[in-house]
Design a protein around this ligand. Structure first.
Ligand SMILES: *Cc1c(COP(=O)(O)O)cnc(C)c1O
Length: 452
């Protein structure tokens, strides 16, 4: 479907003044959610348990205590409590940037000439420019509360590393971040941001860990992947006293924290007097997708609603659309528990696409089970289509989207153009997971015609 929507205009009423039909919905401070939504407790079919790779026994929360803060381990495996309280300290920090705006994207609708109503939830307004801070804050908080002094993690594009560095600083923790080597080189400003917040940043694979040394011995030119960086960070956490590992996606407790997005959006859609027919988000490990989708999906479980949920992944890393559902490791070296998930295999090395945050080989266990059971769908988006969509969005809505978020926009545009053909006035909600202001080198390549 090659339509040149960059040139399309009209089909809807004209603005008397620019922006006349654009609307932005915000919540008062008291309406910021006090609890996260734990979808695991309500899923018709619960995810299969993660397995201890040595014994093949289902994992218990205690098995994870050496690696993660204990409260996070309990949240990870909690399949009984539907609602989990957001600690007051965390909620107070959320208040600095939440609620995030829900915006009616009238400019985009008009450019497409679609009868669809398009809304987006703007997570790019967080201090770090993406949704990642929603989980970095509680993860740092629980570490602090449990007497941890050091945190470590991996980062791809650098969004998660920056968010963790900032959250760690707020709670007086030291942060050590392993950044995927290709991103460390392609996106130097993210490293500078992490360093500004006092984090120590190492390109991965590195010679500072056993895992890194093994990977480099086997392949001295390894460009790094989230898999290699996870192996190194987990090893550091295991071998350093009072140091815990944190993860910015994939795990169930991360998408739990991100449900603050969808819970706000639910109230904001109500203010707009609409309910989404489709909820769309880009997909790396599934946390921003789960964050916006799960609070709406609970109404599908009860049969009250029939919303479609669409995850948009890059064609270069198509674990949902072409992967296999099976037990696999979360990291390259095979240190993590075995997770039941859609995966391309833990040794998969994705092409160096610019949406660094979407270059992960697997999907979280919750979204994997939901996809398997037909509660959600997935589409893959080629890189050029994603930048084309992101550019149109920037020109019509005034926000430059992160390369990752461009995938959600492209999927939204596909659906909005289908509505144009059928004349259906569908309501589409997508998550703008972050802005692209530190990713302009990628846009430069797109404009120069250098992207494939
Ligand atoms: C990390 C990141 C993603 C992908 O991660 P998910 O866990 O799948 O949400 C998407 N968008 C942005 C801006 C990111 O930083």
């Amino acid at each position: 479907m090659e339509q040149d929507y960059m040139e399309t205009q009209g089909g809807k009423m004209e603005d008397k003044q620019p922006g006349e039909h654009r609307k932005r919905y915000m919540l008062d401070e008291e309406e910021i959610p006090r609890r996260w939504y734990n979808i695991q407790a309500e899923m018709p079919v619960k995810p299969m348990p993660p397995l201890n790779p040595a014994t093949k026994e289902p994992l218990k929360a205690e098995d994870l205590y050496p690696i993660f803060a204990e409260e996070l381990c309990r949240q990870e495996l909690n399949q009984t409590d539907v609602w989990i309280d957001i600690p007051e300290e965390v909620r107070n920090l959320y208040k600095y940037y939440r609620s995030t705006p829900l915006v009616r994207a009238y400019g985009l609708e008009k450019a497409l000439g679609t009868p669809a109503h398009i809304y987006f939830k703007n997570e790019s307004v967080s201090p770090m420019g993406s949704h990642k801070l929603n989980s970095a804050i509680p993860q740092a908080y629980y570490c602090k509360r449990e007497g941890v002094t050091n945190v470590t993690t991996e980062t791809g594009a650098g969004q998660w590393g920056a968010s963790l560095a900032y959250a760690a600083k707020m709670f007086g923790l030291e942060a050590a971040v392993y950044q995927v080597k290709i991103s460390y080189e392609q996106k130097p400003y993210r490293k500078s941001i992490m360093q500004t917040f006092g984090a120590q940043v190492t390109p991965s694979p590195s010679m500072s860990t056993r895992a890194g040394k093994d990977i480099l011995t086997a392949n001295p030119n390894h460009q790094g992947s989230l898999g290699t960086a996870i192996s190194e960070a987990v090893e550091l956490a295991r071998t350093t006293p009072n140091c815990k590992y944190t993860l910015g996606s994939v795990l169930s407790h991360v998408s739990l924290h991100q449900t603050v997005i969808g819970l706000e959006a639910e109230k904001q859609m109500e203010m707009a007097g609409e309910y989404p027919d489709m909820v769309i988000a880009c997909f790396g490990g599934g946390s921003n997708f789960g964050g916006i989708a799960f609070p709406f999906m609970r109404h599908n479980f009860t049969g009250k609603k029939n919303t479609r949920f669409i995850a948009a992944e890059p064609t270069a890393c198509p674990k949902l659309t072409s992967g296999e559902f099976r037990y696999d490791f979360g990291d390259e070296a095979g240190y993590t528990p075995l997770l039941p998930m859609y995966t391309l295999g833990h040794k998969f090395q994705p092409a160096n696409i610019h949406a660094g945050g979407l270059r992960y080989h697997g999907a979280g266990v919750i979204v994997s089970q939901l996809l398997k059971d037909g509660w959600m769908e997935a589409v893959d988006i080629p890189q050029l289509e994603s930048f084309k969509a992101g550019t149109l969005f920037a020109r019509t809505e005034g926000i430059i989207p992160a390369p990752e978020s461009c995938h959600a926009i492209a999927a939204t545009i596909r659906e909005a153009l289908k509505c144009k053909e059928t004349g259906e006035e569908k309501v589409i909600l997508f998550n703008l997971s972050g802005h692209g202001l530190i990713d302009m080198a990628s846009y430069d390549k797109y404009f120069a015609g250098d992207l494939v």
